[in-house]
Design a protein around this ligand. Structure first.
Ligand code: FAD
Length: 413
């Protein structure tokens, strides 16, 4: 299907594939076990120039978009889902700057991120504000030339490793619609500390931590976009562009698990033949492959929609995340099944795929929340289908299909 991509898309995909096979795959189990940030992998990704794929050329990037980002995340996640998010979370953290930053903020931060010199994280969720992110309580008040931030963030991916943090805080508690602003915090800002580091089921190579702000003082020009009150809007715009990246992480995990399962099925002998000869194993492989391919098309469609700025972006991005992450959970679980008892063992690479896949159904909005987003948008768009109402006999009117047909004829439908 290479014909469907530009030479630039293929360049970044192939470069990511090479790094994934040469550097990421051999080190995946080690860093999963150690639960340490894999700086040597970060260095290889940086050397390959991959941190710049989604950043425009005028800010030191390669001028690609969400499609390039997704292709890279997919390839890396084929080898390790943890490294997939370790990379992708830099897009999540930098999208607020890209979408809403002032020209000075963009010129200052984006080139450092594009070069891979500085890592970035996204601090929205809190202990009591997960799905209901708008209920966050971390606050920021103006004092002279500074913002003073107080509160805690929960589950910030890349926290501690990152130098830059997009942090969402309440700047006007009295406002309903303009309560929250995004502020850039840097490692070393006074009053900013990294708190508890989580011990996780999967994606164990990337740190997920609490952020603590205790009278944390940052210069006033760190307010994203220079205007307060737009933070929640910017967070939602960011998630629209980042969710295809989570979908790509899940897609890569599923594709990687399918590859390993296919190889294993052709090698593992039972009853005097490879298990790939059994129709029930073939059925699993065929269903896995079909689901992976369906997910792939949805990810690429959502990524292209992001890059084209289409209006249906929110729904499509949520659909891609929802479908691919549920699909990855199913495919990686079936992959463990194909490996039989060996699949359940840590000596084999496949159980890690299943552990890594689970989080993709939870972060950047749980899949229940994605369903809400899809349904809300579907209902909002349903006005354009009103002409179909003439064909539907409604229960509270005692009309029939024949009545509906007559009405539709009368309406000239
Ligand atoms: C490993 C990891 C990394 C993370 N990284 C980041 C990060 O980098 N930055 C960041 O800001 N956040 C991050 N998060 C937070 C993540 O986005 C939240 O965990 C997620 O949004 C869910 O919030 P919650 O955990 O509080 O669950 P809750 O919101 O408490 O949800 C619990 C359950 O209730 C369901 N539920 C909640 N509301 C509804 C509803 N209205 N309708 C139907 N069902 C509902 C949920 O789907 C879920 O099943 C991370 C989380 C984890 C675990």
């Amino acid at each position: 299907m290479d014909e469907l991509f530009t030479p630039e898309n293929l360049k970044w995909r192939d470069r990511a594939r090479e790094i994934a096979d040469r550097v990421v795959r051999p080190l995946a189990a080690k860093y999963d076990r150690l639960q340490e940030y894999p700086w040597e992998i970060r260095d290889a990704i940086k050397e390959a120039g991959l941190f710049g794929v989604w950043i425009p050329k005028e800010y030191g990037g390669h001028g690609g978009g969400v499609l390039d980002l997704c292709l890279v995340v997919e390839e890396i996640s084929r080898a390790c889902g943890g490294v997939g998010v370790l990379f992708a979370v830099n897009a999540l953290g930098s999208f607020p700057i890209l979408l809403a930053g002032t020209e000075e903020q963009k010129q200052h931060y984006l080139p450092q991120i594009a070069r891979g010199e500085k890592l970035i994280a996204f601090g929205l969720s809190e202990r009591n504000a997960g799905s209901d992110a708008s209920g966050l309580t971390t606050s920021a008040r103006e004092e002279g030339d500074s913002w003073i931030i107080n509160g805690q963030k929960k589950w910030t991916t890349n926290g501690g490793a990152a130098d830059i943090y997009s942090v969402f805080a309440v700047t006007d508690a009295t406002s309903k619609s303009r309560r929250i602003s995004a502020i850039i915090v840097e490692k070393g800002d006074p009053g900013f500390e990294i708190g508890r580091r989580e011990d996780k089921m999967g994606i164990r190579c990337v740190p997920v931590v609490e952020l603590h702000f205790d009278e944390c003082r940052v210069p006033k020009d760190r307010l994203l976009g220079g205007r307060p009150g737009l933070g929640f809007k910017h967070a939602m715009m960011t998630l629209d562009r980042a969710r295809p990246g989570v979908a790509a992480q899940a897609l890569g995990l599923a594709a990687g698990a399918l590859e390993l399962s296919t190889v294993y099925a052709t090698k593992r002998q039972q009853f005097g033949q490879p298990i790939s000869g059994f129709q029930m194993v073939q059925q699993m492989l065929a269903d896995m492959a079909t689901q992976v391919e369906a997910g792939r098309q949805l990810v690429y469609a959502a990524a292209r929609a992001c890059d084209a700025g289409v209006a249906e972006l929110t729904k499509l991005a949520a659909m891609s995340k929802l479908f691919c992450t549920d699909m990855a959970m199913k495919v990686t679980t079936d992959a463990v099944q194909i490996f039989g008892g060996y699949g359940y063992m840590k000596d084999y690479p496949i159980e890690k795929y299943m552990r890594d896949a689970k989080i993709t159904q939870i972060y950047e909005g749980t899949n229940q929340v994605q369903r809400l987003v899809v349904a809300r948008n579907l209902i909002k768009e349903s006005g354009s289908l009103d002409h179909l109402a003439a064909f539907i006999p409604l229960p509270d009117h005692e009309n029939t299909i024949a009545d509906s047909e007559r009405a539709a004829q009368a309406a000239g439908a």
